[in-house]
Design a protein around this ligand. Sequence first.
Ligand code: AP5
Length: 275
Amino acid sequence: MGYLDEEVKRLQSIIDSIEGRVRDLETKQFGSSSKKTTDEIRMLLIGPPGAGKGTQAPKIKEKFNCCHLATGDMLRSQVAKKTTLGREAKKIMDQGGLVSDDIVIGMIKEELDNNPECKGGFILDGFPRTVPQAEGLDAMLKSRNQTLQHAVELQIDDALLVARITGRLVHPASGRSYHTAFNPPKVAMTDDITGEPLVQRSDDNAEALKKRLATYHKQTTPVVSYYKNTGIWKAVDASQEPGQVWNSLLAIFDNDKAKAEAAGSGILNKLAGRS
Ligand code: AP5
């Protein structure tokens, strides 16, 4: 009996050590344990104006209980408060240009450092928009020993965006957005939740959109190539109806989860194969 007890103890300690080693290998491969890859999200949505970033990001926030950082919303909040930054930003935004890299990188850093919701991970919407912003984000994450999991590009033809942008209505306080034809509020020009009035963004007109699209193709398309080189880029057809776009995003998350699980069992299978 004494011998059996000793042997069970010895085998248990070997199993504990193997389990620890498997966890280490998973962490090396995914930047965190396989459980965390599914629980915690660190991702961004890239896409032209009207692609649906602001429509899908709140759903991701809800699913993963993370923070949703939209640089456009942050800048509009400065505009509404009439701060010096807000006054400067409004001119640039209405002309379809980009606010300086240092300002937006600073805004994201501030949120990642201080917003308690970001402890569960983050979804970035409208950032990074230039290669220096992408590099700034990499440096920020590196200093926290974190990695990005997904850079999802919402792909859509420019021709489809005019109707989306010119019909958009927003509730400024919450950032909720509607569309006169594709997603109308229950009562015309009124937020479904608060009953407050909806407005049209000052940059949501055909003329400003042309400039925003030109800026996107010139300055943000290189960001897509930047992420294609990292291996975390994925594309979603954003011309589908919103529910389908959401299903495509879910497929990306499910695939990621399956990969993490397969890696775990793959390591165990290899170990099993040796005995
Ligand atoms: P920002 O607020 O980020 O605007 P944007 O990138 O132009 O994107 P939008 O908010 O217009 O589009 P979206 O993809 O969120 O579309 P949505 O889901 O609402 O930035 C504004 C400005 O701020 C910039 O131009 C720049 O000046 C400045 N700025 C921001 N970030 C910056 C940065 N990082 N660096 C420098 N400057 C920065 O959908 C649009 C409409 O379509 C809605 O009405 C919606 O209901 C409808 N819709 C959505 N999906 C679908 C669908 N699948 N089918 C049909 N309708 C749909």
